[in-house]
Design a protein around this ligand. Structure first.
Ligand SMILES: Nc1nc2c(ncn2[C@@H]2O[C@H](COP(=O)(O)OP(=O)(O)O)[C@@H](O)[C@H]2O)c(=O)[nH]1
Ligand SMILES: [Mg+2]
Length: 347
């Protein structure tokens, strides 16, 4: 089976955006420092030490926690489900992304060392001015470490924003991708087959969206994806990025439902529709296809005959408009889902 299961879903809600620049992070840390309270101690040196230790500790915690959230909660690309891995690869520079997350993780250790050195300096200081010098040194050294991270912080923030725009689909659900030329009735069919109102999810690198519907039973859920404008012209005519976005779909598609307007009223001849179909089959070798003749309510016997001759043997014929045979098609899909589940239980 071409479809790969496993791999992590893209958990957008876990992502914590990197600050817009190192300066923003540094300024927030400095603000944390200013929250340090002045202790009610009479000894001037002791008072200064206690206060500056709290200042440095607050600033340090703030920075380290912020950085840790960025690298721990940003998706680990190699662990993502292949569908997302491929989408991410066309959207961002993944090598740079990984290097930057690693750089952030490494700088945490450097910052840790600076903090402990300064702590020791403050504790062992014998004069107020030594304490102040140590505190200043903390901020000076920390700033230079953060400054070196600036490019990476910006890079990660940009990448995170792109990741947040990727369409969220259930990569582990049994998935039916609906394809076909424009106006053949793909969206109508998705609505006719779905139980709930379809949701629209944008694709960041094209102006297009995925429309997600579901067939929901008591113990199962089948995901239906309609990809307007993505799967409706031959793959060879698409630009590289769009092509890759389309091909990423092979990782989630259990079956591609190819919708044919047998009446040709949508504006595309059977010949053209067959050409798109052949190209798609080439692009998705190993993915199961199922051809559905649509608009039978408006079709003549000649229309059906022409479609049969072009596409071969008898196919499922429906009307998304009147609902004719739509229940049958839904049952076929449920049956296919059950077969695939029992097949995967056996292996
Ligand atoms: N007569 C008839 N018209 C249909 C049927 N399904 C869709 N249409 C019409 O075909 C046009 C295109 O449908 P749409 O679902 O938007 O096609 P898509 O571009 O493939 O998503 C619309 O005007 C629909 O009302 C059908 O089964 N019979
Ligand atoms: Mg549509």
């Amino acid at each position: 089976m071409p479809r790969e299961d496993g791999g992590e879903v893209l958990e957008k809600s876990r992502i914590v955006l990197a600050p817009p620049s190192h300066k923003v992070l540094f300024e927030r840390a400095a603000k944390e420092c200013r929250k340090a309270s002045t202790p009610g101690v009479r000894n001037k040196l002791k008072r200064r030490k206690t206060k500056d230790l709290e200042c440095v500790s607050r600033a340090h915690k703030y920075i380290v926690n912020s950085l840790r959230k960025i690298y721990e909660r940003s998706p680990f690309i190699d662990k993502l489900h292949p569908f997302y891995r491929e989408l991410v690869a066309i959207s961002i520079d993944t090598d740079r992304y990984k290097q930057c997350l690693a750089a952030i993780a490494t700088s945490e250790k450097i910052l840790e060392k600076i903090y402990f050195d300064v702590r020791r300096e403050i504790l062992s200081a014998s004069e107020v001015k030594e304490v102040i010098a140590a505190r200043r040194a903390y901020f000076g050294r920390t700033l230079s470490v953060l400054k070196r991270l600036d490019k990476c912080l910006r890079q990660i923030r940009r990448a995170q924003k792109i990741l947040l725009q990727l369409p969220e689909i259930e990569v582990n659900d049994y998935t039916v991708v609906i394809a076909g030329a424009p106006n053949v009735g793909k969206s109508s069919l998705l609505r006719a087959l779905s139980r709930a109102k379809p949701e629209v999810k944008p694709y960041p690198f094209t102006t297009k969206s995925i429309i997600v519907g579901h067939i929901i039973g008591r113990d199962f859920r089948i995901q239906l994806l309609d990809t307007p404008g993505l799967l409706d012209t031959p793959l060879s005519e698409k630009n590289r990025i769009e092509r890759q976005a389309i091909l990423a779909m092979r990782h989630v598609a259990n079956i591609i439902l190819y919708v044919v307007d047998v009446t040709e009223r949508g504006g595309f001849t059977i010949d053209f529709q067959k050409r798109v179909y052949d190209e798609l089959r080439e692009g998705f070798p190993g993915t199961e296809f199922m051809v559905v003749f649509n608009k039978i309510d408006a079709a003549t016997e000649e229309d059906l005959q022409r479609a049969r001759e072009s596409f071969g043997e008898e196919k499922v014929a429906v009307s998304a408009l009147t609902g004719e045979n739509v229940d049958e098609l839904r049952n076929i899909l449920i049956q296919k889902y059950r077969e695939s589940r029992s097949a995967s239980l056996e292996t």
